[in-house]
Write a protein that binds this ligand. Structure first.
Ligand code: FES
Length: 339
């Protein structure tokens, strides 16, 4: 069964998705309407009119107020109803929930909880850093978010599911190290390949010919933010003793895993690189290639969701070393859901 973790920040959208058009998106089963106020700030309100539940996202923006498209109840950016048709008195309960929003690192984060935010959203600074060039997208996933968490924390599947794109034999062959910061609730999974084949994803984008040293350092901030620090260099080339790394190519792969419903997920993905910053050909290649990889995962996880949803409960999975990070994530998500 899916376990939603409430009282957390979730990525609702990219900043570029939200403008002066009303924009509806469901997060953890809550229908929310977003728009950008005239000041530029993002507003998020419950997407159901208090009168007869007409979606406000199907309504009209008038200045900073939303005029319901059914009978005209009008809401300000705090969710307070400021006009009802046919009478002067506005019922005291005529308001919709207003959500706390933070826009940072090109993401719009929304707080899904019962009270005010207790913490700040985690960071993915590369996405808005001029020292990096980023390509990004979002694919709808018809599967519970836990399947995407499992998928991203065990990259050995790259060898089998993403061969010809990002997978090579060395990914599955190389053991991982896993660390869990219990206090911060962050999971780290590293796989460092000293001498590996260079998959097309990196060969074509970096121009490296021949074998590579390839590091994959995962940092998962449950429930929503997943970071993969990827370092590629010609085989044997390591960072310098002073910590600088001019001969390495760095790619920050960022996922935001946002449950839509118990059985569907918004799969946000972004790839930020610190090389070939102005090269549109590299951007186009990485965007197309990474989207293909994400869609390969989507197809596999959609199948898995159908299997899980239609078969009786009680199936006993078998876990091995590669699952250490995924199992830690399950444990922490369960703990977070219970608090
Ligand atoms: Fe919105 Fe009637 S449903 S005004």
């Amino acid at each position: 069964m899916t376990t939603f973790v409430r009282n957390q920040w979730y990525v609702a959208a990219y900043g570029h998705e939200i403008g002066r058009e009303l924009f509806g998106r469901t997060i953890l089963g809550e229908s929310i309407v977003f728009y950008r106020a005239e000041s530029g700030e993002v507003v998020a309100l419950a997407d159901r009119c208090v009168h007869r539940r007409f979606p406000l996202s199907e309504s009209r923006l008038d200045g900073d107020t939303i005029v319901c498209g059914y009978h005209g109840f009008t809401y300000d950016r705090a969710g307070t109803c400021v006009f009802v048709p046919g009478q002067k008195r506005i019922p005291r309960t005529a308001r919709v929930k207003a959500y706390d929003v933070v826009e940072q690192d090109s993401f719009v984060w929304v707080w899904i909880g019962d009270g005010p935010p207790e913490v700040s959203p985690p960071r993915a600074p590369w996405l808005a850093d001029p020292a990096y060039t980023t390509v990004c997208g979002m694919e709808p996933l018809a599967a519970r978010y836990e399947l995407l968490v499992d998928n991203l924390l065990d990259l050995s599947h790259e060898t089998y599911l993403h061969g010809g794109y990002i997978g090579t034999p060395e990914v599955a062959e190389t053991p991982i190290t896993t660390e869990v910061d219990e206090d911060a609730g962050v999971i780290y999974v590293s796989r460092r390949m000293a001498d590996a084949a260079c998959p097309p994803f990196y060969a074509k984008s970096t121009g490296i010919e021949g074998r590579i040293t390839r590091w994959q350092d995962i940092e998962y901030h449950p429930p929503c933010l997943y970071l993969l620090h990827s370092r590629i260099a010609p085989a044997g080339v390591l960072p310098r003793e002073d910590g600088t790394d001019p001969d390495g190519f760095h790619v920050e792969v960022v996922y935001a895993i946002t449950p839509e419903t118990e059985h569907s997920t918004h799969d946000f993905w972004a790839v930020a690189r610190d090389f070939a910053l102005e090269d549109q050909g590299v951007s186009d290649f990485l965007a197309e290639n990474n989207r293909t990889v994400v869609l390969q995962d989507v197809v596999a996880l959609n199948v898995l969701e159908q299997v899980i949803a239609t078969e009786p409960a009680g199936y006993q999975e078998l876990s091995i070393n590669i699952d250490t990070g995924g199992l830690a994530a399950r444990r922490i998500l369960k703990r977070m859901a219970a608090t």
